[in-house]
Design a protein around this ligand. Structure first.
Ligand SMILES: Cc1cc2nc3c(=O)[nH]c(=O)nc-3n(C[C@H](O)[C@H](O)[C@H](O)COP(=O)(O)O)c2cc1C
Length: 331
């Protein structure tokens, strides 16, 4: 056995954790291949959301998030990752080639990040405010190079609502988009998609004016009682919204944005905060333009993250994932 490269059990464990990453509609659009010390990550075009994401932007953001999760998992196993992004110039679907050296020295924060991989989940209900304004700055600092994170001021909220309404209006009669959304969201698949339990009920949705217009959960359920202080008479969402922008709008920008999304949401999870990724605002050109005007110097808007103090208990069950044997092959 070659001790200078991770063995297959280590790789299997780390890829399993990497696949807990968030992905658009929980589509998990990735495949991994391990060969003698090199782990290659490929985008899975069969999982492209043709209507919502024709360019594969969100598909690559999702792959970027999985890549960052992998780095966290490997660090806690004492392997440092060396990532070559888009290693082929031939437009192939290879996202990254990753090698490892046995010199990572994980600290307690690395183990906190590891634990956060298992606890993080997307929360679509209303949030209470962040405990203090510095929290948003700490989350901002978690994003790596190549991504600008802007903490949107409260007075940006009307523009976010306007952009949300614009994108809903564009999508309302888009039959392919609606069919795709209903395929992926709101019924219980064993391995992918957004289960009923992870969708907000109609009442919960009404409290969040900047969420994607998901269908109602297939199985009606009563709204869970809030556990934390109400933020107002109507318990309207009082989250802070972070905007992630990149210098360009190319595959490398999208992958880096996914890495930053993973880093920020894991840090937020460690701080016991709730997060929700929002891309309906950047799916559609017209609403993306509204978002761009909110922070004209922050690059091309890729996604937003709603972050705040949770008002509902975390769902009992994880969102499903494909098994590692479905997404990882060994040479
Ligand atoms: C690129 C990307 C786009 C997403 N867009 C949205 C969105 O617009 N609205 C939303 O509620 N969740 C969004 N999500 C969250 C996914 O639906 C979620 O990660 C997936 O269902 C898995 O659930 P989990 O995050 O709880 O593990 C997005 C995630 C990613 C990575």
């Amino acid at each position: 056995m070659d001790a200078t490269i991770p063995d297959t059990d280590v790789v299997r464990t780390a890829v399993d954790l990497a696949c807990r990453a968030p992905s658009v509609h929980n589509s998990q659009p990735w495949q991994w291949r391990y060969d003698a010390g090199r782990l290659d990550l490929y985008a899975d075009p069969a999982r492209l959301l043709v209507a919502a994401d024709p360019r594969g932007r969100q598909l690559l953001i999702s792959c970027g998030a999985a890549l960052h999760h992998l780095t966290v998992a490997m660090a806690s196993l004492r392997w440092r990752t060396h990532i070559d992004l888009l290693p082929r110039a031939d437009g192939s679907r290879q996202v990254a080639s990753v090698r490892f050296t046995r010199d990572a020295q994980p600290r307690s924060h690395d183990f906190d990040l590891l634990a956060a991989i298992r606890r993080r989940r997307t929360d679509r209900t209303a949030f209470s405010p962040l405990p203090d304004p510095l929290t948003a700055e700490r989350l901002r600092a978690a994003a790596g190079a190549g991504v600008t994170v802007t903490v949107l001021p409260e007075d940006a909220r009307p523009a976010l609502v306007e952009a949300t309404e614009l994108s809903s209006a564009v999508r309302r009669y888009d039959a392919s988009y609606q069919a795709e959304l209903r395929w992926w969201a709101g019924h219980d698949f064993d391995t992918d998609g957004i289960p009923d339990s992870a969708l907000a009920t109609a009442n919960e949705r009404a409290m969040v004016s900047v969420g994607r217009a998901f269908p109602d959960p297939f199985t009606p359920r009563p709204s869970a009682a809030p556990t934390v202080v109400e933020t107002g008479a109507d318990r309207a969402d009082a989250s802070t919204v972070l905007m992630l922008g990149t210098p360009g709008d190319e595959p490398a920008d999208w992958i880096r944005c996914g890495q930053a999304l993973s880093a920020i949401t894991l840090e937020a999870t460690i701080a016991r905060l709730a997060t929700c990724t929002l891309t309906h605002l950047t799916d559609v050109d017209r609403s993306r333009e509204v978002i761009r005007e909110l922070a004209p110097d922050a690059g091309v808007p890729q996604l937003l993250i709603r972050v705040g103090t949770p008002t509902h208990p975390a769902p009992m069950n994880d969102t499903p994932r494909r098994s590692v044997s479905q997404v990882l092959t060994f040479a």
